[in-house]
Design a protein around this ligand. Structure first.
Ligand SMILES: *[C@@H]1O[C@H](CO)[C@@H](O)[C@H](O)[C@H]1NC(C)=O
Ligand SMILES: *[C@@H]1O[C@H](CO)[C@@H](O)[C@H](O)[C@H]1NC(C)=O
Ligand SMILES: *[C@@H]1O[C@H](CO)[C@@H](O)[C@H](O)[C@H]1NC(C)=O
Ligand SMILES: *[C@@H]1O[C@H](CO)[C@@H](O)[C@H](O)[C@H]1NC(C)=O
Ligand SMILES: *[C@@H]1O[C@H](CO)[C@@H](O)[C@H](O)[C@H]1NC(C)=O
Ligand SMILES: *[C@@H]1O[C@H](CO)[C@@H](O)[C@H](O)[C@H]1NC(C)=O
Ligand SMILES: *[C@@H]1O[C@H](CO)[C@@H](O)[C@H](O)[C@H]1NC(C)=O
Length: 493
């Protein structure tokens, strides 16, 4: 049903020096793409390991002068404007023109206004301009764009369909030659792709839904989504969210050969940061909490339906609820049953979720939206922190060697949503690796130095083979404190 891309990504990292490095590690192929940038110059490096998969990153890898990375230049300064999409470029576009903002390192966005007509058989969108009478060249301008938000990853972008935006200026007689509109739309279009890494919940939210919200929110649902690499499963999975962002049926660009006509179109999505929205860049100062509210409204009808279908149960004064997002295999919690029992003794009602690609999101939302604490081991499923109510507690268990990723992808973004975030960094004794290595082995004592050796070590050692056996005595303190916090919050209310 779903693309089986599993990967890891290290999008935007700024180490101590001013060079910016972006790394993407594909969990499936074990390929690592690294890009360093400075104004006007972009360097790419891709290398692959024979190993197959998982996630992690290697924070200090880049500072080691003896590593492969020293092959890359080191730069003195980086133009900050490269790294955000704040620039007001294309914020006002004259009728009859195309404006492309290629200043962000994460995505390109083009805006067109005027007489816009799609031609999917040539992967183009044409802007007809009947303005001035001119002779000669009728095609004024062409822009090529891949409407996906991982611009810095050549290997991902290579899989994304490219659109050609054409501006044609024409005199009277040429107007007759414009192709006819099959469907006239009186609201703007937003073009984007659901290809790439879509299929992994982190990417679906980070690369797709949140940027879609950022880009389309200002239209207040009066917008048509035109989707490249349209997948039925994507619409099935996210239809309820999409219909909170647009009042109109999405268009399958590749599959629908009709000519669709618009007077305004945005091609490509804007993106701010990992699972985040920078409200200063939003027209009405929207935040990630507003995005959370969109999810709430999206899932409400389905949840109401599920509730009606269930037998009515007597509800005792409710205990705080704790959800464990569980994993099997690598990065599983080996003493999860004991953890659950301990949490119950502390006073929680405990629920265990095993989300996978086919789990209905409304059900996960229902479970998390009604919970006070979420616990999980670092991994893509942590994306579900987006389903927690602001003010609730998120405890991420951070295995050895994964600190940077855990904080960058989930810890930091969770705090922005207003969650009480606890990053529980395990001690070596809590790792399954403790039984496999000598006590003084650097694998246990200095994960950074292991990460420095190269991605294949990180992956093989920390990602694919590490399980967690929580020190319950140590972990208990966090649960007790969380319980107190929840009870105090309730008493206040
Ligand atoms: C939000 O964007 C503004 C304008 O680019 C920038 O100055 C600010 O640092 C950003 N805030 C965050 C939290 O990234
Ligand atoms: C924009 O341009 C199109 C075609 O060039 C024209 O039909 C339309 O009336 C113009 N709209 C405005 C608001 O000027
Ligand atoms: C319109 O443009 C076409 C092609 O560029 C040219 O052949 C024709 O003479 C032009 N007509 C007028 C009225 O300028
Ligand atoms: C769409 O593009 C194709 C290929 O360039 C072209 O042959 C066709 O005439 C165009 N369709 C219309 C309706 O203009
Ligand atoms: C957004 O925030 C700015 C600065 O705090 C404020 O001036 C502006 O009125 C706000 N806009 C809206 C629509 O709330
Ligand atoms: C989520 O929880 C809040 C607070 O309990 C509730 O008001 C809201 O209806 C819930 N959302 C859904 C979709 O059930
Ligand atoms: C993981 O294992 C549990 C217990 O054996 C099982 O119930 C669950 O379905 C498994 N989950 C996944 C995602 O494989």
């Amino acid at each position: 049903m779903v693309d089986h891309h599993r990967h890891m990504h290290i999008p935007l990292k700024k180490p101590a020096n001013t060079t910016t490095i972006m790394i993407h590690v594909d969990e499936e192929t074990g390929c690592v793409n690294i890009k360093r940038s400075r104004p006007k110059l972009l360097f790419f490096l891709t290398f692959c390991s024979v190993l197959s998969c998982c996630l992690l990153l290697l924070p200090s890898l880049f500072s080691s002068p003896s590593s492969t990375f020293s092959l890359l230049y080191s730069y003195e300064s980086v133009d900050e404007t490269l790294f955000d999409s704040t620039s007001s470029l294309c914020s006002s576009v004259a009728n009859g023109t195309i404006c492309c903002d290629r200043s962000s390192i994460r995505s390109d966005v083009c805006v067109m206004k005027g007489d816009i007509r799609t031609n999917s058989s040539s992967f183009s969108v044409v802007l007809y301009n009947s303005g001035d009478l001119i002779t000669g060249e009728s095609e004024l301008r062409q822009e090529k764009i891949k409407p996906y938000t991982r611009k810095w990853e050549p290997s991902t972008m290579a899989t994304i369909d490219e659109l050609t935006l054409v501006s044609k200026k024409s005199n009277g007689s040429m107007i007759e030659n414009r192709h006819k509109c099959d469907v006239n739309h009186d609201v703007p279009a937003v073009f984007f792709s659901t290809g790439g890494f879509t299929g992994n919940v982190y990417h679906e939210f980070n690369d797709g839904l949140i940027p879609l919200y950022i880009t389309s929110q200002k239209f207040n649902k009066k917008v048509v989504f035109v989707i490249l690499e349209y997948h039925d499963w994507w619409i099935m999975k996210y239809g309820d969210v999409v219909s909170r962002l647009s009042d109109y049926e999405p268009i399958d660009y590749n599959g629908d050969r009709r000519t669709h006509c618009f007077s305004e179109a945005i091609v490509g999505l804007r993106i701010h940061d990992e699972l985040a929205i920078n409200s200063t860049l939003m027209k009405n100062n929207e935040t990630i909490e507003d995005f959370h509210d969109v999810l709430d409204k999206a899932y409400e009808p389905r949840i109401q339906y599920l509730i009606q279908e269930e037998p009515v149960v007597e509800r005792e004064p409710e205990k705080p609820k704790l959800v464990i997002i569980s994993r099997n295999g690598s990065r599983a919690i080996m003493n999860q049953d004991l953890l659950a029992k301990m949490a119950e003794r502390i006073g929680f009602r405990v629920e265990i979720l095993w989300p996978d690609k086919t789990t209905e999101l409304a059900k996960i939302y229902r479970s998390l939206n009604s919970s006070d604490v979420m616990i999980g081991v670092h991994g893509a499923a942590m994306t579900h922190f987006l389903f927690m109510r602001p003010g609730s507690v998120f405890i991420q268990v951070v295995p050895l060697g994964t600190s940077w990723a855990a904080e960058t992808y989930y810890g930091g973004p969770a705090k922005k949503l207003g969650l009480r975030y606890i990053g529980y960094e395990i001690f070596p004794q809590e790792s399954s690796l403790y039984d496999e290595y000598e006590r003084n082995d650097v694998v246990l004592t200095d994960p950074d130095s292991v990460n420095d050796r190269g991605w294949e070590f990180t992956k093989k050692i920390y990602l694919d083979r590490q399980k967690v056996k929580l020190n319950l005595k140590r972990f208990r303190k966090h649960l007790v404190r969380s319980h107190l916090y929840i009870m105090a919050k309730r008493n206040q209310a």
